[in-house]
Design a protein around this ligand. Sequence first.
Ligand SMILES: [Zn+2]
Length: 439
Amino acid sequence: MIAMPRCCSVIAVLCLVCFLAAVSANALDVGAAGCDITPDVTGHKVPMAGYGARKGQPSAGVHDPLHAKVLFFREGKMSMALVTCDLRSVTPQLKQQALQKTIDLGLTPDTLFLCGSHTHDGPSIFPEKFWQLQFGECDPAVIDAMSSAIAAGLHAAAKNLAPARVGFGSERLDGFTRNRRWHYDNEARKTAGETAALNPILSVLRVDGDDGKCRALLVHFATHPTLLGASNMLISAEWPGVLQQALELAFPGAVALYCNGAEGDQSPDGAKGEDEFARVKQYGTRLAQRAQSVAQSIVTKPNQPIGIVRIMPDLPPIGFSPGARNGPYKSYEPFAREALPKKAEIQVLRIGDTALAGLPGEPICEVGMDTQRQVAVAGFRNVLTIGLANDYLGYIVNEKEYPHGGYEVDERSYYGPELGSMLASKAGEAARKLSGSAR
Ligand SMILES: [Zn+2]
């Protein structure tokens, strides 16, 4: 055996230290991409999801394109992806198809997070009769084309994986959202001393390259994209589309993504313009300006940990409010029982000290805050509740709001008054698993 000279062993140790430092400095890689998911409305009948009043009528054209945006994360052997879509909501079918077309990327239902912006001017992509009765039936070819586009976006993002820095910032925006349930049962609310819940916080997750150049901005703001009404028959990404486009112009080369929050009782406020599309443009542009200023103030850091956990707890038995039993959806009840999920898909994703908690429906503001609190307890500094994630099981209200009735309860709540508290608590459970503090 040849003895190594002392100076060589010191050099070897130094090389090993340098190698390990290099590995850990490049521990987090991120890729970003966007893809066009606009349905072909000339080749297919494309009914629009969002307003039941459209009665399944096909779209008359495209006002502006719909996109899916992808963030692909890799840290060592672990990969995960976040896909935001300009859609009313996403479906397990869309997620499954996207996964089938990206088997080579090693993603699974547990590591792919899919969410919708809640634009009310995208296609109805539900495979179940219960939803088709309300929004119309889409040609499966349209859904297939959409999942192919998302798969292409995932491949593109995986191809441009590169060492990344991430950071988080937020700002309070007054005058952009209002609680739309604040007209049901107001006398009872006043007697009970209740106040209208609002969460007017705009948050931005910024991803930079190693050189500090912005590569992606994920914007979170909770409110409905309902500035266009039921009479609009043109496909549109609504104000989230304007927001993303304006940010991509302000940060050339960066991908802008938008995810909605606990928007169940939040509607946009303060939009101005002579018609609906003018108001969409004005509102989205103003949001983009505020998001830009938040993004510019964010300090990004390299080497941030990532992780993702998905749980599928049993849902409470399907149940309808007394108002629903007398309402217009009564005849749909057998279809609802057949179509609605029996398990809730809850996914919590960690990027640095920020956790994104995805709930499969439309949580009202208080449920979102409850979720945020329970996830924060697991050790995350910044928590965003994301609505319309992975699946759709209607509005997610709590015990306090349920007795007040109204549209969200009587027409779109299917699991009784305790659903919100249950899902918030389950999101906390998932977050504890993610942070490793589960006992
Ligand atoms: Zn909604």
